[in-house]
Design a protein. Sequence first.
Length: 294
Amino acid sequence: MDASAVNATPPDIQAPYRLLGCPAPAKLNLFLHVVGRRADGYHLLQTAFRLLDWGDTLDFTQRADGNIVRVTEVAGVPAEQDLVVRAARLLQQHTGCTLGADIALHKALPMGGGIGGGSSDAATTLIALNRLWNTDLSRARLQTLALQLGADVPMFVFGRDAFAEGVGEVLQPLELPPAWYVILSPGVQVPTAEIFSSRDLTRNTTPIRMADFAASTTRNDLQPVACSHYPEVRKAIDWLAAKAPARMTGSGACVFAEVDSEQEADRITKLCPPAWSAWKAKSLTRHPLYGWLQ
């Protein structure tokens, strides 16, 4: 099926103080190398993040009582564990804001897919409530705050395609040509912690320079481990690779391939086996809410 395009026009604040249809775009890791490990156990990475015009959307309505209420159900994710609730409370605590919000989360992205759904939802929550509550944090300060929620969240606040290092939070803008992609979900969820804790994970890939990225031979170091633990991921890669060069994004389970045109993306998605799900998506040059931060 076709991906739901992320609205490129940021919504305006409406009475009674609400923001509707705030986009939370997906991302791809065009490559992902594990280049080391810190003393605290966190892995050191290099990756290229690419934003897509496909994602979740969120609605925010201001509350005067300070409560944060998720007003929609998300299967398998209790509200207290949801990154959007945690993001809203973190912004409250950091700024001393006494306002609250009702948050409606409309999921389009598969969970546990390595395409940044939860992280993107959290970043959109920070960006939107920073505007709705007039807390007025800069992009840099919001990125620092976002890191407390997860290594991928700062990239969505950064709001551009990026070459990332560290645990994923050291970001440099990456200029990439527009592209169409096919994204395939093999119907399994891959826990990130399980993949990173595997004894079989390569942790000593030689670092590359951003300037050499386009000419370098790259891979996803997490892919062999995910394929070993979840054979359906390997099947999906093999199926898609027969049509275009394919690899896994993030820690899985979704796999992707860049294609020459929207028509080619349509052709491949229509061939997707019924047990899986496939979408087409186009690259984004900026996060749809990019202009809300300085």
